[in-house]
Each structure stands twice: as C-alpha cells, then as structure tokens.
Design a protein around this ligand. Structure first.
Ligand code: HEM
Length: 527
C-alpha cells in the first residue's frame, strides 16, 4: 500500500513538473502575442513547426538565398514566427518602397538584443539606439562632422596616405613575387583608414600619434570575430535570456574592459590638451560638452563617456567588414570578366595616366569605375538583410502587421529580382551607365528607379550614413589595383562560392593572387 502511494506520489510529482514546464514553454515560446487582436489579415505564412515556428528556416547556411527561395515560392511578403517572435519578410521592391516611404518613421528602430554595459552592442550604441532624440543628435554629428561631403574632404589627406601605403605594400609583394590575399590587404587599408580618420576627426589626432594604436587595431579585429558569432546567436538570445541564459557574456565583458582602458586613455589625453572644448565645434568637443552638461543637454538622453567610446566601436564595426567585402567581390568579378578589366583600365589610363596614382578626386570623372563598384554591390551586398522593427501596428501591402514585429528586407533578393533587372545574375556594370546623353527628366527617372531597387546600403532615415566613404574607399583601392598591376590568379578563375553560416555575404575561398608590376618603375607616391 505504502509502495503504491509512493509510486503515485512520484507519478503525480512528475506530472505536475511536466505541466509546469509545458505551461512555461507555451508561455515563453508559443503563445501568440497579446496584441494580435483584430489582426485577421496577416501576410501569408509558409508551413511552420510546433513551438519553434520558422526557426529552422533561419538556421539555413545561406540565409539570404534560402529566404529568397522561400519568397519566390510563397510570395513577396511573408509572415514568419520564431517561437512567439513575429517577423515580416519582404523581398519585393514595391513593398520595400511602401515601407521605406509610408512607414519609414514606423520602422526606424532596430530592437537588437543588447548587452547591458557593453561598448559593443551595449545599450549606449548608436546602431542599436531606438529612433529618438539621442539617435537624431548623433546622426547629425556623424553626417556633418565625419561622413558628410565636407567632412570627407577634410579627411582626404589621411586616406590618401593610406592608399599610398597600400600601393607600396603591393609593389613590395610584386617585387618579391609573393601572392596576396585581397581581403587581407583591403582590411588593412580600410581599418587603418577608419582608425586614423575617426581619431583624426573625433580627437584631432591621427592614430599613429598614439602609443596605443596597435592595441586599438588588435581590438577592432577581435570585435569583428565576436560580431560574427554574436549575429548567429542574436536570433536565439531573447528566448534564452528569458530562461536566464546569456550568450557570450564573458567575451563581451572582456572586450569591453580592454576597449574601455584604451579609449579612456585617449579621451583623458584629449581633455588635457583641449581644456576649452566648450569653445570648439569639433566632434569630440561637442560630445564631451554634452557629457559634461549631462541632463541639461538639449535632448533627454544624458550622454556619457560610454556613449562616446561606443560610437567609436560602432562606426568601426559598421564600416570595416562591409567595405572589405565589397573590395574583394569587386576584384573577383573584374578577374572573371576580362572585358570589364580592359575597359576599366582604358578609362583609368585616359583620366589618370601612367605617371601618378588614382586619387579620390579622379573618381567623379570615371563613371565606368563607379559602375563596376556599384554592380559588385548589387550582386554581392555585404549586408544582405536589412533588419528593423515595426514600432506600431500598420498595414503593408494590404496585410496587417503588429507592433513590435521584426522586419527583414532581403536586399539580396530585391537586387536580383528578374522582373526588375535584365540578366540579374550577370555582372554587367553598363547597366549603371546612362545609355546615351539624357534629358534632365530622363536622368531624374533613372535616379528614382534606382532608389527603388538598388538598396545595398538599406534605405530611409536609418539607411547607411557611410555610403559616400564606402564608394571613395572602394574606388581608390580598385583603381590602384587595376591601374598599377597585372594579376596572376591561382587556378586561373575565381571561385565565387559564398561562405556559409554568417550574416554577411563573404567569399568561401578568399581571393588569393600575385601582383605583377605593370610599369617597370613604380609610380611616384602621392606624398
Ligand atoms: C560597402 C560598404 C557598406 C555597406 C554595404 C553598408 C551597408 C549598411 C546597411 C545595409 C546598413 C543598414 C541600413 C538600414 O537599416 O536601412 C548600414 C547601416 C550603417 N552603416 Fe553602413 N555600410 C557600408 C559602409 C559603412 C561605412 C564606411 C560606415 C562608416 C564608417 C558605415 C556606417 C553605418 C552606420 C553607423 C549604420 C547604422 C545607421 C543607423 O542605425 O542609423 N557603413 N550599413
């Protein structure tokens, strides 16, 4: 009797535990959002699995491609669900356009899971900041003092020095008959550019003047590696956080501590040299003044030193890998298309000649070079998915969309849409050249058409503020590589396969080749 009672009690206990777990799982992962009332016309949804919903689809190895396939099978706007997190996937120009025009304000927030206190995807970051006073304030500073046309002109000399060093490094390899990895060389160029330019514009000093320059560069490379892991894990962070599990906490803490040390040292040194920062309009002066004024500042968010440090990390993270990937893919396409190489060289030789290096100021006179870079970005957008959040409930494409729904715009799919692009899978830079002299009206039409369907930098007010800098960096790097070197490719043709399992579009087989000097004597350097 006693034994039966114990058995029953055990069974009962297990039953209760199972019920509690089922309820917890249902509540955390499966329950429809409370706000779904009156939302009876959601976008179509592909078949999903119990509990996890469409999670298995997001773990595909080439995410942008599998989402593209999904959209061509089920439609240009789809409703997906990961546990109980709603997602709207958009793969058509007309719907993307409707969102970025009629709903731009509504989708101007990115609710990425942030790591409290981290300088890297922490709550003080610009790229993860909700749309509001703080974002507007920093965005204005960035566009006027760092990445706008006048600011870029002021920092041109810093980048010219780096292009020069890039060229001399390649000459050295050519003389020694050594092969190079294009991504490695481009990464050095871009990260040096980024560090020097930002420190120059933020702090009024170039990186080489700081003892800590190597340390900053090392940290930035580490950030890049952590970022790749973080993005994969980001999808699962919300449900895991509900269960008290925090991913990569130790990595974030360690990298934040080291960033903090080095950036604090730089800021303190700057403060000592610029005691009168309330008199100046330099970017760091404005930020430090805000940090001093704290709550009395013009906007509600108190700016802290962490905001300033995070901004440095943010800008680096957003600009380095994207620009490096773009340069690598562009060279790969040029190598696989000898006619493009020939035409590009003709243009460079005509505009720049053979006695000096390509400079940023030449780019405006080289439409074909610009078209080549643009076409590579169309086929290989480094960030193929634009990720935002709907703040409010709305209608898109005639369907209901709930507040707090995640928006995924598949720019990879939009820029390869066969209804919009002739021969969408082919590398044809000519598509970005005016066919013949056009009237002002035709030109306007062409620009408008492009704004709609060409979105490698995203769109709307949260679109990329670094596109001008990206075009300048890619234009000069590609220009130098085509102008000054012939290239021996290992295996003859470049393998264009994409790497699997990352959120970026990167090459599975890094582009390795040997530069051969085109002229017997190297060109005189710029300085
Ligand atoms: C080829 C190079 C680049 C590509 C393809 C690229 C692409 C993108 C994309 C797709 C976004 C998201 C846009 C959206 O949500 O609509 C973005 C955001 C951003 N990019 Fe870039 N980017 C590049 C270079 C740069 C550079 C050089 C910088 C600056 C140094 C930069 C800074 C940023 C920042 C700060 C954001 C966040 C803007 C915000 O949240 O308001 N990017 N970029």
């Amino acid at each position: 009797m006693a034994a039966t009672f114990i058995l029953d009690f055990k069974n009962c206990f297990i039953f209760i535990i199972l019920c509690l777990f089922s309820f917890l799982f249902y509540y955390l992962f499966f329950k429809a959002p409370n706000n779904s009332e009156g939302c009876d016309h959601l976008p179509p949804s592909p078949p999903s699995l119990p509990i996890i919903g469409h999670l298995h689809l997001l773990f595909s190895l080439l995410l942008h491609k599998s989402l593209q396939k999904l959209s061509s099978k089920y439609g240009p706007i789809l409703y997906l669900r990961v546990f109980n997190v709603p997602i709207v996937l958009v793969s058509s120009v007309s719907i993307a356009y409707e969102i970025f025009r009629a709903q731009d304000m509504n989708v101007s927030t990115r609710t990425f899971p942030t790591n409290e206190g981290s300088l890297f995807f922490g709550s003080s970051n610009f790229t993860t900041a909700p749309y509001g006073d703080y974002w507007k304030f920093i965005n204005k500073l960035i566009t006027t003092k760092l990445l706008g046309p006048q600011a870029l002109e002021r920092s041109r000399g810093v980048r010219a020095d780096e292009v020069n060093r890039f060229y001399l490094d390649l000459v050295d390899k050519a003389v020694k008959k050594e092969s190079v990895e294009i991504a490695e060389e481009a990464m050095k160029l871009i990260s040096n550019n980024m560090c020097k330019m930002k420190l120059y514009m933020l702090m009024g000093k170039s990186l080489s003047e700081y003892d800590e320059s190597e340390r900053v560069r090392g940290l930035l490379t580490e950030t890049d590696v952590l970022l790749k892991k973080f993005f994969l894990a980001a999808i699962l962070r919300k449900p895991l956080a509900m269960l008290g599990i925090s991913l990569f906490k130790k990595d974030f803490e360690s990298i934040t501590r080291r960033y903090d040390e080095v950036l604090e040292k730089i800021i303190v040194e700057y403060e000592e040299r610029h005691k009168d920062y309330n008199q100046s309009s330099e970017m760091l002066d404005v930020l430090l003044l805000e940090a001093c004024q704290g709550k009395k500042a013009r906007h509600n968010n108190k700016i802290t030193r962490n905001h300033i440090k995070s901004l440095f990390v943010d800008l680096f993270v957003a600009g380095t890998e994207t620009s490096t990937l773009n340069i690598q893919w562009t060279m790969a396409e040029i190598f696989n298309n000898p006619k493009v190489l020939e035409r590009l060289r003709e243009e460079i030789d005509l505009i720049v000649g053979k006695t000096r290096l390509v400079q940023e100021t030449d780019l405006a006179n080289m439409p074909y070079l610009q078209a080549v870079v643009k076409e590579a970005l169309r086929l290989h957008p480094p960030g193929p998915l634009v990720i935002r959040t709907f703040s409010d409930r709305c209608k898109v494409g005639g369907f209901d969309v709930l507040e707090k729904t995640t928006l995924l715009v598949n720019s990879y799919a939009v820029m390869r849409d066969p209804y919009l692009w002739e021969d969408p899978e082919e590398f044809k830079p000519e598509r970005f050249l005016p066919a013949s002299p056009r009237s002002g009206g035709q030109e306007d039409e062409m620009i408008k058409d492009e704004v709609l369907k060409y979105i490698p930098f995203g769109s709307g007010r949260r679109g990329c503020p670094g596109s001008n800098l990206a075009y300048l960096s890619a234009g000069t790097a590609i220009g130098v590589m085509v102008q000054c070197f012939d290239w021996k490719i290992e295996g003859g043709k470049v393998n264009m396969e994409e790497v699997r399992g990352t959120m970026t579009v990167a090459m599975a087989h890094p582009l390795k080749c040997t530069p051969l000097l085109r002229y017997p004597n190297p060109l005189p350097s710029l300085v």
